[in-house]
Design a protein around this ligand. Structure first.
Ligand code: GUN
Length: 282
C-alpha cells in the first residue's frame, strides 16, 4: 500500500503558518490578479486565489478585462500594477485568450512582483541555480517531497511535459536539488521505458489516465499535476487506482498538487512584500 501524499493537508498547515507569519510581520501584502475573458475554469482558479488571500491576511485586487482586450490593453493594466506601490504581487491568469501575446504580457510584469515566477529573468535565475521567485506548481511539488522527506538528491527523476509553467521549471528545481533529471514530451521515443526508470515521476501533460501501471517502476514516487475531466469527474494524468499499489507514494487528484500551487502563491506574495519592505528600509 502506497503513501498518499496529502497536498491538501500540507497546504492547510502551511497556510496557517503563513497567516501567523504575516500577522507577526505587521505587513499587509497585496496581490493583484488579472483575468482576461470569462473562461469558467480560470474564473474559478482566480476566485480560489482570492479566497486564500483573505484567509491568510493578504489583500487582493481583481482586474477583469473583456475577452476582446488587445495585447496593449493588457500591457497597460500590468504597467499600472507595476507602478502601484500598494501592490506586492501580480498574477496574470493563464491561458490568455487567443490573439493576446502572452509572452509579452508575462515579460511586462515587474520581476520583483512576479509571484508566478514566469518572467524570463526569474526563469533564468532558476535555471542558473540562483532562484528568486519560482513557479508555484513545481515549487509546491518540491514542498510535498520535502514534507514527506522523500530523498531527491541522487534520485532519477522523470518529468513528463515541457511547459514553461510546470515541466521546465520542475526539471530545474529537481536539478538544483541534485536529482538526475529527464524531461519527456510528445516526441519522446520509448516513453514507457523512460518512465520505468524514474524514482520520482512527475506527470504534467493534461491527459486523463495517461500514466498506466506498465510505465511505473515498483516503489516509485508518482506526482500527478494533471487536472482533467473524465466521465464528468475530475481526474489526473495517472490511472490512480491501478498505479497506487505499485508506487511507494502518490498524489491524489484532487487534493494533491492543486492546493500546493495556491499555498505557494501566497508564500511568494508574502516574500515579495517582505523584500519590498526591506528595500524601503535600506
Ligand atoms: N493557469 C494555470 N495555472 C496557472 C498558474 O500557476 N499561474 C497562472 N498565472 N495561470 C495559471
Amino acid at each position: 500500500m502506497s503513501t498518499i501524499l496529502d497536498g491538501k493537508k500540507i497546504s492547510e498547515m502551511r497556510l496557517e503558518i503563513l497567516k501567523e507569519g504575516i500577522e507577526d510581520s505587521g505587513l499587509y501584502p497585496r496581490l493583484a490578479t488579472v483575468i482576461v475573458g470569462s473562461d469558467p475554469a480560470s474564473q474559478m482558479y482566480v476566485r480560489m486565489k482570492h479566497r486564500a488571500c483573505e484567509r491568510v491576511g493578504i489583500g487582493s485586487v481583481g482586474i477583469e478585462l473583456p475577452a476582446d482586450t488587445t495585447t496593449q490593453g493588457v500591457l497597460d493594466s500590468v504597467n499600472r500594477l507595476n507602478r502601484d506601490s500598494d501592490i506586492d504581487g501580480i498574477l496574470v491568469q493563464l491561458p490568455l485568450p487567443k490573439g493576446i501575446d502572452a509572452e509579452r504580457v508575462i515579460a511586462e510584469v515587474s520581476p520583483e512582483k512576479d509571484v508566478d515566477g514566469f518572467h524570463p529573468e526569474n526563469l533564468g535565475l532558476l535555471f542558473s541555480g540562483r532562484p528568486n521567485f519560482t513557479p508555484c506548481t513545481p515549487t509546491g511539488i518540491m514542498t510535498i517531497l520535502a514534507e514527506y522527506k522523500i530523498p531527491v538528491a541522487g534520485a532519477r527523476a522523470v518529468v513528463v511535459g515541457r511547459s514553461i509553467d510546470v515541466g521546465r521549471p520542475m526539471s530545474a528545481l529537481l536539478t538544483n536539488a541534485d536529482a538526475t533529471v529527464t524531461v519527456c514530451h510528445s516526441k519522446t521515443k520509448n516513453l514507457a521505458e523512460e518512465l520505468r526508470r524514474a524514482d520520482i515521476l512527475v506527470s504534467a501533460i493534461g491527459r486523463a489516465h495517461f500514466i498506466t501501471p506498465d510505465m511505473v517502476k515498483p516503489g516509485a514516487v508518482v506526482i500527478d499535476v494533471g487536472i482533467n475531466q473524465l466521465n464528468g469527474r475530475l481526474t489526473g494524468d495517472v490511472d490512480f487506482d491501478a498505479v497506487k499499489d505499485i508506487a511507494s507514494a502518490i498524489t491524489p487528484v484532487p487534493g494533491g498538487v492543486g492546493p500546493m500551487t495556491i499555498a505557494t502563491l501566497m508564500e511568494n506574495t508574502f516574500r515579495a512584500a517582505k523584500v519590498k519592505s526591506c528595500d524601503n528600509v535600506w
